[in-house]
Design a protein around this ligand. Structure first.
Ligand code: UD1
Ligand code: UDP
Length: 368
């Protein structure tokens, strides 16, 4: 195997699908290690099926636990497989604990590490994701930055330019490869009885938001105010972490907020595409809203996707209910005429090309 791809959660499966496809179409030998960080059918298997990805070669079945226990179990499992497989390169994507485990295991071996979606920074070290990003970028041999701005951020941290490649974000590839199919195949709007352009789509799952009862309560209250002002339904496909917290904190969900199960990719893309507005704390959803031309309000104090704000597609509201309402009203008046800052949808191809090509060149140099 030339390349081992490590993944573990919903966004990694979606954003690495274009990389896996590029390996397939270019005949590059690869294996996939699934850490098992996400394991519920609706966060995991459904995406392999729908995106027509081969089953992972390995599944570590690590599951949910504290950061230390979860990351340590992945590290042990990944190291063992890498010792067997001896790939030239390991690819990880994003900022989850699966990424960190893949990065630590690889960087202690004679194997190159490639970080897909490098150079994102919220500058908020209280977020576990920020710690994972910084550590992974500094361990990586190839840093695949989605934009010039993200490349500049890691240059400023002292990472040599020769390790950095601006490729665009593979989320553009994923959206482009599936949006038309989603229009044709998905009947989610009919099933949920939603009218195009009339409903608001929300997601909230970040630990710093939903694990704090006050913040989560403010979010729900802000979103309910948006529903009232817009005279619109809010649809909330709820992540299991958030669902558990609602039960644990005994939070009351306003009647205007419709909780639905996590959606598969085609249904979710369709829900995003036809929403009047998107309210979220997700990283991937901020990007997809921007790519799809749907105004977005981010219910966080910071974002590692400032490009979305720079082009006018997104605004930071924090989690104060009044701020959420005000930001929603502001974005609702915005004409969606921005250009997508995340590349041309060929990031997956470029990444595989880069990793594979530089290896082939190295081999040729040795032969010569
Ligand atoms: C993780 C990532 C986060 C990412 C998110 C994508 C870390 C530190 N966090 O957060 O950056 O945005 O994935 O969705 O890596 N659970 C299930 N079924 C599952 C997985 C989880 O029910 O398949 C529940 C469990 O109760 C678990 C909780 O969700 O305790 C949290 O799961 P965990 O993997 O720790 O983090 P996420 O919140 O999913
Ligand atoms: N997503 C999905 N179904 C849902 C919610 C999200 O398919 O019900 C997709 C979404 O299109 C995006 C990704 O999941 O590609 C974002 O993942 P998530 O919000 O869990 O994580 P984050 O991007 O914040 O790390």
């Amino acid at each position: 195997t030339d390349i081992v791809i490590v993944l573990g959660t919903r966004p990694e499966i979606i954003k690495l699908a274009p990389v896996i496809r590029a390996c397939e179409t270019n005949g590059v030998p690869y294996s996939v290690i699934h850490t098992g960080q996400h394991y519920s059918e609706e966060l995991d298997a459904v995406f392999f099926e729908q995106l027509e990805l081969p089953d992972p070669d390995y599944n570590l079945g690590v599951g949910s636990d504290s950061h230390g226990v979860q990351t340590a179990a992945m590290l042990v499992g990944i190291e063992e497989i890498l010792q067997e497989e001896k790939p030239e390169t390991v690819l990880v994507q994003g900022d989850t604990n699966s990424v960190l485990a893949g990065a630590i295991a690889t960087s202690k071996m004679d194997i190159d590490l490639g970080h897909v979606e490098a150079g994102l920074r919220s500058f908020d070290r209280d977020m576990p994701e920020e710690v994972n990003r910084v550590m992974t970028d500094h361990a990586a041999d190839y840093l695949f930055a989605p934009t010039d701005d993200s490349a500049a951020l890691i240059r400023e941290e002292g990472i040599p330019a020769k390790r950095i490649y601006v490729t665009g974000n593979t989320v553009v590839d994923a959206v482009e490869q599936h949006r038309e199919f989603a229009q044709k195949k998905s009947s989610v709007l009919e099933e949920l009885e939603l009218q195009r352009g009339e409903y608001v789509l929300m997601t909230a799952h970040r630990a710093e938001n939903v694990d704090d009862p006050n913040r989560f309560r403010e979010i729900l209250s802000g979103v309910a105010q948006v529903a009232k002002r817009f005279e619109a339904n809010v649809v909330y496909p709820i992540h299991p972490r958030a669902k558990n917290r609602i039960e644990e904190f005994d939070l009351s969900v306003p009647r205007s907020v419709r909780l639905v199960e996590p959606q598969d990719y085609l249904d979710f893309l369709n829900l995003e595409s036809h929403a009047r507005l998107i309210l979220t704390d997700s990283g991937g959803v901020q990007e997809e809203a921007c790519i799809l031309g749907v105004p977005c309000v981010t219910m966080r104090d910071n974002t590692e996707r400032p490009e979305t704000i720079d082009v006018g597609a997104n605004v930071l509201a924090g989690t104060d209910a009044d701020e959420i309402l005000e930001s929603a009203a502001e974005m609702d008046r915005t004409a969606p005429d921005w250009t997508n800052p995340f590349g041309d949808g060929t990031a997956g191809e470029r990444i595989v090309d880069m990793v594979h090509h530089s290896k082939t060149t190295e081999e040729m140099e040795i032969l010569l």
